[in-house]
Write a protein that binds this ligand. Structure first.
Ligand SMILES: [Zn+2]
Length: 347
């Protein structure tokens, strides 16, 4: 047991993650391993849940050589001679759904996913990715983003195509309130928005197990962004509402098994911390917009005190806009359209 120095209410029962190619048993019939990611966030957690005659796969990894080799190392190593039975993918982000098509082909696995996440995956897989046309480009200009970064964000969708395999053409829908039978156990399905759209989580109160996907992670605040396809989206409002619902639905003493980082105890403390983190960011935005009218791009250095490369800038931009939309909806900010066609906000 290891306490988080930044928040002693969070406790990590496993001090270190499994090494590449190795597996850690986190609970009876629940295995955990990691696959590499080529980002600052350098790994994704994959879980295996004991099923009839094998293991159900929870999330699949990114479609890179590292991802495929990581699976090979597990299937030829600790899982040699064992069978995979099905896969459940929590959400459409490439590090979670990326190898679903490859695993389906290789092992004949059925895919279980929520409907919205499945459709978003298909949408993001369109030729050219999910950024289409001048309307999306105008959206970034409208909020004051420079041409270079706009270009980068607009072509990010190509990365999705490159780093995912196409999920199988048939899937089994899961949704909030479902009970998923896996082997001898039943898991309650919960869903949440804000980070993704209808992200699936698995809860087994009898054993105090909670697979949180990317909805609640220790140390990292899950990215909550607005996408130009739905520019007025209140992603942050949705995220905060759904966090509140989660706090009500899942007890404080579960073992949280997240999509990234270490498993931990302290779900409610972490939810409270994430909630106040976003309130703090709203405070920074209100303060900046109280002095001068600000574009979303102007607000970036007020919210992020570190240097952002163009790639991070894209995510940071979506994140700040999520706060701006949320605050506008609550009447804490109002729009001030400029003659230059760029939107500014003030308190
Ligand atoms: Zn995600």
């Amino acid at each position: 047991m290891q306490h988080d120095p930044a928040n002693p209410a969070l406790v990590y029962p496993f001090a270190t993650p499994p090494a590449p190619g190795e597996i850690t048993e986190v609970a009876p019939g629940v295995l955990w391993f990691r696959l590499k990611l080529p980002f600052a966030l350098n790994h994704v957690n994959i879980y295996l849940i004991e099923d009839d005659g094998g293991w159900l796969v929870l999330d699949t990894g990114l479609a890179t050589d590292d991802g495929r080799n990581g699976w090979d190392a597990i299937m030829n190593g600790p899982l040699a001679g064992q069978r995979l039975t099905a896969m459940l993918v929590t959400h459409f982000h490439p590090d979670h759904v990326g190898l679903a098509g490859w695993l389906a082909e290789r092992y004949g696995l059925q895919l279980r996913m929520t409907r919205t996440e499945y459709l978003f995956h298909l949408q993001a897989r369109q030729p050219g990715g999910d950024m289409r046309g001048e309307a999306h480009r105008d959206f970034y200009r409208h909020h004051g983003l420079g041409e270079e970064v706009t270009e980068l964000v607009m072509t990010r969708g190509h990365g999705y195509l490159r780093r995912t395999t196409l999920a199988p053409p048939v899937y089994k829908r899961i949704q909030q309130g479902d009970h998923q039978r896996v082997g001898g156990r039943e898991f309650e399905i919960l869903t949440g928005g804000g980070h993704a759209v209808e992200q699936a989580m698995l809860h087994r109160p009898q054993e105090k197990l909670f697979f949180a996907a990317d909805q609640v992670i220790a140390k990292i605040s899950p990215n909550v962004s607005v996408h130009p396809m739905e520019p007025d989206q209140d992603a942050l409002g949705t995220y905060l509402t759904d966090l509140g619902a989660l706090r009500g639905a899942v007890g404080p003493d579960v073992l949280v098994l997240p999509g990234h980082g270490l498993p931990f105890y302290g779900l409610h403390a972490r939810i409270d911390e994430l909630t106040s983190h976003h309130a703090e960011r709203c405070g920074l935005i209100a303060k900046a917009c109280g002095l001068h009218p600000m574009t979303v791009t102007d607000l970036l250095p007020h919210v992020f005190d570190r240097e952002l490369d163009p790639h991070q800038m894209g995510f940071a931009f979506g994140e700040v806009l999520a706060h701006v939309n949320y605050m506008q909806g609550r009447g804490e900010l109002r729009e001030e359209p400029g003659n230059d066609g760029v939107m500014r906000f003030r308190t």
